[in-house]
Every structure is written in C-alpha cells, then in structure tokens.
Design a protein around this ligand. Structure first.
Ligand code: NAP
Length: 506
C-alpha cells in the first residue's frame, strides 16, 4: 500500500509500478471498486474513463424513456442508500445523477480519475510482474493490478443489412441516440423489440406519423408496478434509515424468489406467464395482433420485460408490427422477405450489444502473449466471473457468467468487488506480487457451472443473446444471486496461486 498519488503517465520500467490498482471505467462497477479500495485504506488507485464524465451505461444511454427495470432502492449501492429516489423504478437521468453524487461524496474527483482517456492495450510484463497499459493518446502506465469495469453492454450491435449504406435518412442505435434528429411527423422503422425498444417505442409512437416495428421474436412483457415515491415515504426513509434498508431487503428477496422459477423449477413460472397473457389481453384488443406478439417460449429464456406502455403502443393505428424478415434497405425504404417495400424517413436500431465481446476496445495480452479476445474467440470463460487463467492480476467486474437475470446487477458488482479486495488481501498476506488462477480450477469451475446451467430456463430452447459460438451460456450466473455472494466471500483454497516475485519466476 502506498500514499503516492497517481503520476502523470510516463514510460514505465521495473517495479514499483506507477499505480497499484488501475481501474478501467467509471460506471457502477468502476466507481464501486474505487470507493471500496479507499474504504479498505488502499489509496493507490487510478480510474481511466473513456468518456467525459462518470456514469457508464447510464451516461451513454439517453434514448427517450430510458429507465431501469429493477427497483430504485435495490438498483443502488448498499453503502450509499438514497432516501430521495423519486419513483419506485429509476429513470436514466436520476441514476446518472445518483452516480455523479456518489462519486462526489466519496471524493472520486479528477485527481483520481482521468476522463477522455480510452485504454487500448494492456500487456502483462512477465519480468516485472505487472501490467503495461496503453491509452489511445499514447500514454503508458504501469500497474500491478488492472480491474476492468467496462461492462458488457457498451458495443452496439447493428445488423449487416444489405443496402444499409445506401439509405438516405438518419440511422442510429438506441445507445447512440441522435437527439438532433426531429422524429415528429416522420415515418420510422424500429428494428428489435428488446429491453431498450420497449422503453422508447411508446415515447416516440405518439409523435411519429408511422412506426414500423420489426420484431424477430416477441418478448414477455409484464406490468411495471411503478409509481412516485410518496412524500411520507421520503420522510420515513430520511428519519429512520433502517426502514429503507428493510424495504431494500424486501425488494431483494422478492427479486430473488424469481430465481426459483428461472434456475430450479421453470414450471413455477406458469402463473407469471398467465399474468403476462392477461396483460396482453387487457392491452391488445385485436386477436391477430395479440397472436403475433405472444411469445412461444418459456418466460425467462429471454429477459422478461416490464412496461405498462409498450403493448398499448403496439395497438395504436400508426404502429405496425412487422414479423417478416427485413431483407434489404433502399435509399428511402426497407424491404421485407415477402417483397413488400415500406417507405421510411429514419431507421432506429434497438438490436442490442455485442455481448460476447467483454474486452473491447482493450487488447489484454497475457503471460503467453495471447490476447484475451483471441483466447475467448469461441466464448468467454473465467473464474468466479472475475479472473482468467493466463492473465494474472487482471480482474473483471461482471466478467463471464456473472450477470443475473432476476436481480440487481449492483448486488453482483458489490459481491465481486468484495471478492477482488479479498484477493488483494490474500496477495498481501503472502507478500506476493502476482496472483493467477490455476487452469484446472477454472476448467472444473466452468464444467460445474455449465452443468448447473442445464437446469435453468435460459437454455430452454429460445434464441437469446446469452449463447456463444459453442452454444454455451457464458453470460449469466445460473443460480441465486445469494449463492454467488456466499461463494465469493472466501478465496478458494486451491483456485489461485500466488507468486512472490514475478510470473517469470514461477
Ligand atoms: P436486446 O435485449 O438484446 O434486444 C435486441 C432486440 O433486437 C431483440 O428483439 C432481437 O431479436 C432484435 N435483433 C437483434 N438482432 C437483430 C437482427 N439482425 N434483425 C432483427 N432483429 C434483431 O437489446 P437491448 O434492448 O438493447 O437490451 C440489451 C440489454 O441491455 C438487456 O437485456 C438488459 O440487460 C440491458 N437493458 C436493461 C434495461 C433495464 O431496464 N435494466 C434497459 C435497457 C437495456 P431476438 O429477440 O429475436 O434476438
């Protein structure tokens, strides 16, 4: 541990490194890591952030209606409760403001974080036992430990539609919303019906002349039990913070209960599916439209969505749900497989993210000189979702198999940050510079995890974005969030090995 403040970037040589812990990204994950390092008395850290401010995905995604489908009091750090949440479910501006406030309160200010600094490459220096991190601006920083808080949903996926380059109107992805484009009175094609589309479609449908919604497979949509938090509730949470913690605990266990259906007994989801069907019947009077937007797979196989406005928006006279495949884009129109051409002024992609790409834009090069994207070309694989064999002293937050479909990702972030801190203590206690995962431990961990995955609804037969080239699911944790938390609370005795000197001495 040292009290050195992070230096300006200089070409680095041998030990000691420029900084002890280098964190990439300042969203929920990166900020949590920085705050917990500080609480543990580890002041020697630096965050590199590619954007101009903190907030990660909640800074970047600004599409109309952008919000979270996990309740506010659970979608926040346990150590930074916010009695002031305005609604049961938080909106993007409020979450972003929350993260800015948390950073400010914890003194994660410009001395600790370098904005507009994109990391391009991190190479493990075997001889020195540390990472050499290069930025897009050409700086090199040496760090003993690198923590990636980059998130897996930051690289938009845009389908390669024949003729797209010919299109004369604006086109953009939901995560890169172009607010300079006035959609009022225009004819719009929206491609995709996932978590982002269901939020912005009801927002733009009343203002556009015509909205053609291209659906590949319909999502399960449940009512969103959202409402403003009442003034007396705000007063209660402020006066008696314990009530807020109790409320959070209730929300947590309510979310956790869904994991029984997702990961143990999918049949238990039937009553919830019935609730989804009733929501469809109530909101879509036309039986033919209802048939087209009714899912034919078990709820939970794709992310279950919450919205009170999405299904009613589909029933509007100026909205058309198109289920024929899009085959071509022309200068002013889109064409479907049945040969029908629809004139449109703009194309909006709500087609999700490159979820298998957990490393871009950073090229991590490990002990054997192989980059992690090359190692993971068939699908990512890690250990406890935080570490990867062959890449010592590199830790991921929300790495492979650590997303939860039913609960708050912030809970998983906190659990993983806790695990990383325990690994740092483990190294210190042994006077070790280097820690890496035993390859056998990683293999055994993944075999058990994928076996457990077979019992979940996530592999029940639908086409979802969780699957890799081998058909495995390297994205989700296949059990209760509580199970991960319990498991991550100790450093497994045979999983990691520490090296006193450097990797080269092993
Ligand atoms: P998504 O859930 O992956 O949805 C993408 C949509 O685009 C799906 O309907 C998909 O169809 C469709 N699609 C993809 N490629 C296509 C193609 N080539 N042609 C036609 N359709 C195509 O993406 P997202 O809505 O951006 O959400 C991504 C993730 O972000 C979510 O799962 C969630 O984890 C997170 N998110 C969370 C919230 C929240 O409230 N917490 C809000 C927004 C986003 P198929 O279903 O057939 O593949």
């Amino acid at each position: 541990m040292s009290d050195r403040t992070p230096p300006d970037a200089q070409p680095a040589s041998g030990f000691p490194p420029d900084v002890d812990v280098l964190i990439i990204g300042s969203g929920f994950a990166g900020l949590c890591m920085a705050i917990q390092l500080r609480k543990a008395g580890r002041e020697d850290f630096l965050i590199l952030e590619k954007g101009p401010d903190v907030g990660g995905t909640w800074r970047v995604n600004t599409y109309p209606g952008c919000a979270c489908d996990i309740p506010s009091h659970l979608y926040s750090y346990s150590f930074e409760p916010n009695p002031g949440w305005s609604r049961m479910y938080p909106t993007q501006p409020e979450i972003w403001q929350y993260l800015k406030d948390v950073a400010q309160r914890n003194d994660i200010t410009p001395g600790r974080i370098r904005f507009n600094t994109e990391v391009r490459e991190a190479v493990f220096d075997r001889a020195a036992g540390m990472w050499r991190v290069r930025t897009a601006g050409g700086d090199e920083i040496a760090a003993r430990v690198v923590v990636s808080g980059m998130g897996g949903l930051s690289r938009p996926k845009i389908p390669d539609l024949p003729g797209l380059a010919r299109f004369q109107g604006p086109t953009f992805h939901s995560a890169e919303w172009d607010h300079s484009v006035d959609l009022n009175g225009t004819r719009v094609a929206v491609i995709g019906t996932g978590a982002s589309a269901i939020q912005f479609v009801p927002q733009i449908a009343p203002r556009v002349a015509q909205l053609h919604l291209f659906q590949r497979s319909p999502p399960w949509v449940l009512p969103k039990l959202d409402r403003p938090i009442r003034p007396w509730e705000h007063r209660l949470f402020r006066a008696l913070p314990g009530t807020m913690r109790l409320f959070r605990a209730w929300l947590y266990w309510r979310q956790e209960a869904v994991a029984i259906g997702y990961t143990v007994h999918p049949k238990l989801l039937r009553p919830i599916e019935q609730w989804g069907r009733r929501h469809l019947e109530r909101t879509i009077p036309d039986p033919e439209l209802r048939r087209r937007v009714t899912p034919d797979y078990t709820m939970g196989c794709k992310r279950t969505l919450l919205s009170n406005e999405y299904l009613p928006a589909l029933a509007r006279p100026n909205v058309e749900v198109v289920t024929d495949r899009l085959t071509e884009v022309r200068e002013h129109s889109v064409v479907t497989a049945d040969g029908r051409e629809r004139e449109v002024d703009a194309i909006l992609f709500a087609t999700g993210f490159q979820t298998m790409d957990m490393t871009s834009p950073v090229r991590f090069v490990g002990v054997d000189g192989v980059s992690l994207d090359e190692r993971w070309k068939e699908g990512p694989q890690g250990y406890y979702g935080v570490a990867v064999t062959g890449y010592p002293n590199l830790f991921f937050i929300i790495g492979p198999n650590s997303r939860v479909a039913n609960n708050s990702i912030v809970f998983m972030i906190e659990a993983q940050v806790g695990h990383i801190l325990r690994l740092l203590d483990h190294m210190d206690a042994r006077g070790a510079r280097v820690l890496e995962v035993e390859p056998e431990a990683q293999s055994a961990y993944n075999d058990a995890l994928q076996e457990r995955m077979q019992r979940t609804v996530f592999v029940s037969g639908c086409d979802n974005w969780y699957r890799d080239a081998r058909g495995r699911n390297p994205v989700l944790w296949p059990a209760f969030a509580t199970g991960y938390w319990l498991k991550s609370r100790r450093v497994p005795s045979h999983g990691y090995r520490t090296l006193e000197g450097t990797a080269a001495e092993s």
